[in-house]
Design a protein around this ligand. Structure first.
Ligand SMILES: NC(=O)c1ccc[n+]([C@@H]2O[C@H](COP(=O)([O-])OP(=O)(O)OC[C@H]3O[C@@H](n4cnc5c(N)ncnc54)[C@H](O)[C@@H]3O)[C@@H](O)[C@H]2O)c1
Length: 387
């Protein structure tokens, strides 16, 4: 007989893109479908979601579609669900602007916190959350899904195995064309393009770049960014034109501890001529790698060609074919689900967990400094954060 250790999670924002697909369906419901998180001693962690939001009808429909109870597993009353002693975790994937206030209420109610990034819209707000959670003694985690992508896991394996020698530089290219919304609907919500609503690619993506760079290569010590709003007018979900007030592209240079230079372009106004929607090229003295979401390919120094610059002759080498694919050597689960499982183990078993609200605050800090760097036209130091 399997013993179920039930963990009840109030999930706020599950009608949204991330909340529904990645967190509810691909993580919490997928964990239930596999029989829970197996603890290896005859017991499992059994997550029980309660869907929280503003639109009861939409929440009930989701509950119905996924075998949850549309009466008892759904609520539009955040205070009531937070006052419910049977709820262990508050999860937030609402729009960024409403997150800080909701998490404060959840901490005050003594709930453990798991949240999407960015944790707040200002560094002060993000640090306040980290302090409140620490003082309240609740457990807390922030989504850092990119770390769990197969491509980046392979890159980490290469780093840990000493493949690169001394790492010199990282260049990242992220983005795709987000339709303006007039003649084809936009594939991202319109609030993403209005700064007054918490939008902007720096606020959205720099938190990701902070933990990717920090965890794989070293702490970010300085940031220099140039942002742009390349597409100034877009059309919203109702087909109404609006002014895009937020940045839709950011060109960033980051100096990392140990002297590594990282350069990352992020853009929703770029057409993809890459193998994946994000790719990082890492060059080291002993070898180089290009990692995407799923794949990673390498070139060792011993197999590096010696191109000679001669614009008078056509290129005879197919450079991309001179790279070698890194094998999977294992199974990679959905990154969001993998991180949820670790967080649930942290809550139930008290296992260590480093991707917390302080780590989340570092992401908000890098976004804030990136925007300041762009408006001031200066390279800025990134001070180390502590509570
Ligand atoms: N980890 C990642 O890779 C990743 C990717 C995209 C978005 N995100 C983050 O997830 C969060 C949600 O993004 P999304 O793309 O799912 O957004 P979305 O617009 O699709 O969903 C937003 C959710 O918040 C709810 N909401 C609450 N208050 C609202 C209000 N006042 N106005 C509008 N909606 C409100 C909506 O009902 C909906 O459930 C954001 O903070 C975003 O930064 C993370």
């Amino acid at each position: 007989m399997t013993t179920k250790k039930t963990v009840r999670i109030a999930m706020n924002g599950v009608t949204g893109r991330m909340g529904y697909r990645q967190h509810l369906v691909r993580s919490i419901l997928a964990i239930r479908e596999q029989g829970g998180v197996d603890l290896g001693d005859g017991s499992v962690i059994w997550p029980e979601p309660v869907l929280v939001g503003r639109r009861e009808h939409a929440l009930r429909e989701i509950a119905r579609q996924h075998g949850l109870d549309p009466e008892t597993d759904v609520t539009t009353d955040l205070d009531a669900v937070l006052a419910d002693d049977s709820i262990d975790i508050y999860f937030d994937s609402q729009i960024t602007l409403t997150r800080e206030a909701a998490i404060k209420r959840a901490i005050a109610a003594g709930k453990h916190i798991y949240t999407e990034k960015p944790t707040a819209t200002s560094l002060d707000g993000a640090l306040a959350l980290a302090r409140l959670a620490k003082d309240a003694g609740v457990k807390h985690g922030v989504v850092q899904d990119k770390l769990f992508l197969p491509g980046l896991r392979k890159l980490k394996r290469l780093i840990d195995g000493g493949f690169f020698g001394r790492i010199l530089s990282v260049r990242g290219e992220f983005g795709y064309w987000v339709f303006e919304g007039d003649w084809q609907p936009a594939q991202r919500p319109s609030w993403n393009y209005r700064s007054e609503d918490g939008g902007g690619i720096v606020v959205d993506m720099f938190p990701h770049w902070e933990y990717v760079l920090h965890e794989l290569f070293g702490r970010v010590e300085t940031v220099q960014a140039l942002t742009a709003t390349h597409v100034p007018q877009r059309w919203d979900e109702q087909g109404k034109p609006y002014q895009a007030t937020a940045d839709d592209a950011a060109y960033g240079i980051f100096q990392l501890e140990g002297g590594i230079v990282a350069q990352i372009n992020s853009s929703w106004s770029v057409r993809v001529n890459r193998d994946e929607l994000v790719e990082f090229q890492v060059d080291g003295t002993e070898g180089s790698a290009v990692a995407g979401l799923r794949n990673c390919r390498v070139q060792h120094r011993s197999a590096t060609p010696k191109p000679v610059w001669n614009p008078d002759l056509p290129a005879t080498e197919v450079f991309r074919e001179q790279w070698q694919e890194v094998p999977d050597n294992g199974e990679f689960d959905n990154g969001f689900k993998a991180q949820w499982e670790l967080f649930l183990r942290h809550v139930v078993l008290d296992e260590p967990y480093t991707w917390d609200l302080l780590a989340g605050a570092r992401g908000v800090q890098l976004a804030e400094l990136g925007l300041a760097s762009s408006s001031d036209g200066r390279r800025l130091t990134v001070p180390e954060l502590s509570l």
